[in-house]
Write a protein that binds this ligand. Structure first.
Ligand SMILES: Cc1ncc(COP(=O)(O)O)c(C=O)c1O
Length: 376
């Protein structure tokens, strides 16, 4: 039985009180709380603008729609990510062109991007992987030279910084996820940040059916016209109420995650048959999404290790079960050969994600460390 789950939302009386307050009012959508959450989130990330959405996937899809990315276009994307990073491209009709990740922290391999650029390439999507920032500054140089857009998928990177600047502020947009086991939650939800007013204004329209007047700008109820083809990807007021509480508590969450990581690293015995992805870098500040343990010895069966850890009560996860090009949908559609993604294979098939969240007590951390020391 799992005694220490991989992730658990940190919900206190504050969130519960905030939700109950929303439910006692008639405004459950289009309301002021989503705007308040956007303001607080923009302030926290140091971004000029933010718009709340129903998920990170929705936010990324909206970015591509807003830039008219469509069939015939290509978007370069890391192979080592959640399938959402590529699906949000494919759903527009454009083709995701996969690039392997590096061998040390699983972010896009900067040296393999240029060779994938064609006349059809419109954008590069990078992922700040499990709280470790990608080298977005090098990506920006390539993008500028080739007039490409850059999307930063920050789903697992809230709190991560490069040279003290929060991730998501380097590319055209940064997109975050508030799925329950992420750094903070709103149930389901996401946020798009940008320093470009125009892109946020367009996303604001597209996330609400493409109508010209939002709820607050209508002279009489029901008055609007649709001048764009849009979707319903808004965040509701219940989620926004949770988000407002969570973003204010987030600095504490991050501090605890960092402490948990350092404690585990100090307690786990170093061995040659595995390594732990670190967050140490002078330029970068990671955000400790999980402790990513990579099994180096091919003779060790990862599944067996996971089963043994789970049996000892330690919750685990896998980021991610396969490199995206090896997911059946992409394999069938494009028939990518496996040997192009050897680093993504290493992370997908040989890593184990261990918990760092605020739910961990000292005894839980000791259980995790002792179990790893015994099992591997
Ligand atoms: C890197 C990455 N991008 C996108 C997503 C999708 O986020 P959401 O569930 O908010 O759509 C995830 C989810 O785990 C993720 O890990």
């Amino acid at each position: 039985m799992i005694k220490v789950p991989f992730g658990r939302p940190d919900i206190t009386k504050k969130e519960i009180k905030a939700v109950v307050k929303v439910l006692k009012n008639p405004i459950l959508a289009h309301g002021p709380l989503s705007h308040k959450f956007e303001t607080l989130f923009a302030k926290f990330t140091g971004s000029k603008f933010a718009t709340s959405v129903s998920s990170c996937t929705a936010g990324m899809h909206l970015f591509y729609l807003a830039n008219n990315i469509k069939k015939g276009d290509e978007v370069i994307v890391t192979a080592q990510s959640h399938v959402s990073t590529a699906h949000s491209i494919s759903i527009t009709g454009a083709r995701p062109v996969f690039v392997d990740c590096n061998s040390y922290n699983g972010t896009i391999d900067i040296n393999k991007i240029k060779e994938k650029i064609t006349k059809k390439t419109k954008a590069i999507s990078i992922v700040h992987h499990l709280g470790n920032p990608a080298d977005v500054q090098s990506v920006l140089k390539i993008a500028k030279k080739n007039k490409l857009l850059v999307l930063e998928d920050c789903a697992t990177a809230l709190g991560a910084k490069i040279n003290k600047k929060h991730v998501g502020n380097f590319g055209n947009v940064g997109v975050f996820s508030f799925y329950p086991i992420k750094h903070m939650t709103t149930g389901e939800g996401g946020m798009v940040i940008s320093n470009d007013k125009k892109i946020i204004e367009k996303i604001n329209k597209l996330k609400a059916f493409g109508v010209n007047r939002n709820y607050l700008n209508r002279r009489v109820p029901g008055e609007y016209d649709a001048n764009l083809l849009g979707l319903n990807y808004r965040m509701n007021e219940i989620s926004a109420a949770i988000g407002i509480e969570q973003i204010q508590r987030f600095p504490k969450f991050l501090e605890i995650r960092k402490k948990n990581y350092n404690y585990l690293v100090s307690k786990i015995q170093k061995k040659n048959n595995f390594n732990i992805v670190d967050f140490k870098n002078k330029k970068f500040n990671g955000s400790y999404y999980c402790l990513c343990l990579v099994v180096n010895d091919k003779r060790i069966n990862r599944l067996e290790v996971i089963k043994k850890l789970n049996k000892k009560g330690v919750g685990t996860s896998i980021y991610y079960p396969k490199p995206i090009p090896q997911m059946s949908y992409y394999k069938k559609k494009y028939g990518y050969s496996s040997n192009n993604f050897s680093n993504a294979e290493k992370f997908s098939y040989r890593s184990i994600a261990l918990p760092l969240g605020t739910h961990l007590k000292k005894k839980d951390l000791d259980l995790i460390a002792n179990s790893i020391n015994k099992v591997i």
